[in-house]
Design a protein around this ligand. Structure first.
Ligand code: DGJ
Length: 724
């Protein structure tokens, strides 16, 4: 529900439990007044503190600079007096910077428009507020959009910049969101990581100065995540305050929290301004990506559930959105590049017998690719490995009763490829400088439509050549040498964003042309796991680290924001290929239930005992898949914090069913049974757990006693069912 009170000049956007409030000061400046618990009044102008020194400019024109430097600006601009972090920076043809964006109008309407070329939330029962700010002198208009869905507690915002002048300008910075608040004893929560160690939850106090999390790698990255949250010091899973921002974008980003001299805090999020410069012709416009804002006064748990609900209902699309995903077996860790049709069929035959539903052929089936040195870009089948091509293999896999899927890496080119021989200029590069190779490959200049189209055509031919029902779209290196052989010098700063737009366009074409295809994004593990990619693929490979214990922290960080149904998780072989750890097969299965379940091993080679466990694991996945896909997530305990065990719970929306997923990492001698306090149940409802009955209140407040599991790396799933 969105309202504008003409008298008080206050905008108020209400979600189920929050209010987001802005006001127009001095008839000109749009200020941020409030984003917290829902309010019923709009008499909130006082929150802008315009009665305090340095007052609004009309009352004290000589102090305009101090006003601009202290006012809680809703969309801050720099160069005219606000020395804090700004959201927008323009360089005009005279080489000058500086803006003063003032209120020019607004409109409130039902629904939500698309963000041209960009991923964004969508859906019915939505209201949008558009506020137009203008700088007549610079010829710049900023249209700020805010949307709220009736069934969701989050707030979406984005901005479109228009050049209303008669000359081009250079947009050097355009961030998507800003939040201002009084500084309290806050902590910052971010999700730093690395390859095979993605999205590690990290908290640190913010007392003074700034905190930055960012990527300039051309992808959202393994190293940082396009997310930032400010938490009250006392914040836990169940209590305390959270102000969170998440970016629906997959390229370079900047997220910053800045303490100011007046004891306030400014948070911003958007496309990273480094190496970004967009030439905006007269009459032209630039659409910045969407940011999602979530406020919770009930700790991190409520924040997670809000993001999960939003992404499940209003971001993920396609025929698999609300459907069970097939249990797959992927041959990467089973064979790496050393496979052929016979080997794959042997794996498929055994897998089919055990109930696995899809074979995914990973990297190495095309060109002359025997290792990662060659052939990216040559999307034709290596007939030496796969005689007769994909059709023969796919048909045989289908005959075994399984679906068939393949791996692709469409954004890359190997210097050792036919494509590179024909089009060396198609790679991103600086003329005259030896390129920075990574995994012996270069990045294609997809900002050139002819390059993106040629690659799309070649992968689309592959997909038409056989019955292929799944694609794993990989991206195995960061962007460097960001130079295009086709773009003029004053447009080279557009490359990384144009690259991202091209990837989005290619994936949009793919899911439009092949509507029943299950697309899984991947980037050298989880290097591009973000809401942007989730708009195109309902699931994303979470990490190359498939060790059941390492995965606990990676998955916990991912679950903080993403629904479990989006998280690619597989059972792999032991000793684990990344960390060398040996864990029980059962524990690997239970850890992989926290996502789209599958196998990443040579099923023909594992022990008979393990093979026998596969049907039971698949049955467990089938049993819990609807709950995991639709239910509410509660984090009960974190191995990252306690160094002993991991525990989370999923509760169905009607609260009649729940399951607790428990992994005991280390066995502790000399302890009594463990008390697990459940969450999210109905206080009065009667539940049955292992044949004993409890009320929801008892399970939540007194807890459930569980005997210690014997040994390290042990796991169990606890089933909770309402009795009546
Ligand atoms: C990185 C992915 O994360 C792996 O699963 C695998 O597909 C390799 N790339 C293949 O090159």
């Amino acid at each position: 529900m969105i309202t504008y009170n003409q008298e008080t000049q206050i905008f108020k956007l209400d979600t189920k439990t929050t209010s987001y409030v802005m006001g127009i000061a001095d008839g000109k400046y749009l200020g941020h007044a409030y984003y917290e618990k829902k309010l019923d009044s709009t008499d909130l102008f006082y929150l802008l503190r315009t009665e305090e020194h340095p007052f609004v400019p009309s009352r004290l024109e000589r102090e305009k600079l101090s006003f601009l430097d202290s006012f809680p600006m809703e969309y801050p601009f720099g160069g005219t007096g606000d020395f804090r972090e700004s959201c927008i920076e323009i360089r005009n043809m005279q080489g000058q910077h500086g803006l003063e964006l003032v209120y020019a109008g607004h409109r409130i309407y039902e629904g939500k428009g698309k963000l041209e070329g960009l991923p964004a939330t969508w859906g019915d029962h939505c209201e949008t507020l558009e506020i137009t700010l203008e700088d007549a002198c610079a010829g710049i208009r900023a249209v700020l959009s805010y949307s709220v869905f009736a069934d969701c507690d989050a707030l979406m915002r984005s901005v479109k910049i228009e050049n209303t002048g008669s000359e081009p300008v250079y947009l050097e910075r355009v961030l998507s969101a800003c939040l201002e608040m009084d500084q309290e004893p806050f902590e910052i929560l971010s999700l730093p990581g690395s390859w095979a160690r993605e999205r590690q939850i990290h908290r640190q106090p913010l007392v003074t100065g700034s905190f930055v999390t960012e990527s300039v790698r051309g992808e959202s990255s393994h190293q940082d995540h396009p997310f930032l949250a400010v938490l009250s010091e006392d914040c836990t899973q169940t209590r305390g305050e959270v102000y969170a921002m998440h970016f629906v974008y997959s390229g370079n980003f900047l997220a910053k929290a800045q303490c100011t001299q007046y004891g306030t805090l400014r948070m911003v999020l958007g496309i990273h301004p480094d190496r970004f410069c967009w030439k905006l012709d007269a009459g032209g416009s630039f659409q910045a990506p969407e940011a999602v804002l979530v406020y919770s006064d009930e700790g991190l748990g409520k924040m997670s559930r809000t993001f999960h609900d939003l992404y499940r209902s209003h971001l993920i699309r396609g025929s698999y959105k609300d459907k069970e995903r097939p249990v797959l077996i992927n041959n990467w860790e089973a064979t790496y590049f050393d496979f052929n049709t016979d080997k794959l069929i042997a794996i498929a035959r055994e897998a089919a017998k055990l109930g696995i539903e899809m074979l995914v052929m990973d990297d190495g089936w095309f060109g002359c690719r025997e290792n990662d040195d060659s052939s990216l870009g040559d999307w034709t089948v290596n007939e030496q490995k796969l005689p007769g091509g994909l059709k023969v293999l796919a048909d045989e896999v289908n005959r075994l009763g399984m679906k068939f899927g393949i791996w692709l890496e469409p954004e890359m080119i190997s210097p050792d490829s036919r494509l590179y021989q024909e089009h060396p200029d198609w790679a991103l590069q600086f003329q005259g400088r030896a390129p920075s190779l990574a995994r012996q490959q270069l990045v294609l200049d997809l900002s050139r439509p002819e390059v993106a189209d040629a690659i799309y055509d070649s992968i689309s031919r592959v997909l038409q050549s056989a019955h292929i029902e799944y694609v794993k779209w990989d991206m195995n290196r960061a962007l460097a040498d960001i130079g295009s052989m086709a773009f003029p010098p004053d447009r080279q700063g557009e490359l990384t964003h144009r690259y991202m737009l091209a990837v989005y366009r290619m994936q949009e074409r793919l899911i439009t042309d092949f509507p029943d295809l299950l697309l899984e994004n991947c980037s050298s593990g989880g290097g591009r796991f973000d809401p942007g990619m989730l708009y195109y693929s309902p699931q994303i490979w979470c990490s190359d680290d498939t060790d059941a214990i390492e995965r606990l922290q990676i998955q916990e960080g991912t679950q903080l924001l993403y629904p479990l149904s989006a998280i690619g998780a597989h059972v792999s072989d032991c000793p684990n290929h990344i960390v060398g750890r040996v864990t029980p097969f059962q524990t690997r299965g239970i850890t992989a239930l926290a996502g789209t379940f599958g196998y990443e091993l040579d099923i023909t080679k594992i022990s008979e005992e393990e093979r026998k466990m596969v049907p039971g694991q698949i049955a467990a996945y089938k049993k819990y898949a609807p709950l995991i896909r639709e239910g509410d997530y509660y984090r009960i305990a974190s191995y990252r914090e306690n160094h002993l065990y991991d525990c989370y719970e999923i509760v169905s929306k009607d609260k009649r069913q729940a399951a607790v997923f428990f992994v005991q990492v280390l066995y502790e001698p000399g302890r009594r049974s463990r008390n697990i306090r459940l969450q999210g149940l109905d206080e009065q409802m009667l539940y049955e757990v292992d044949g004993r009955r409890y009320t929801g209140g008892t399970l939540m407040h007194a807890g459930l006693l569980r005997n210690r599991l014997r040994g390290d790396f042990q796991a169990e799933v606890i089933d909770i069912q309402a009795v009546f």
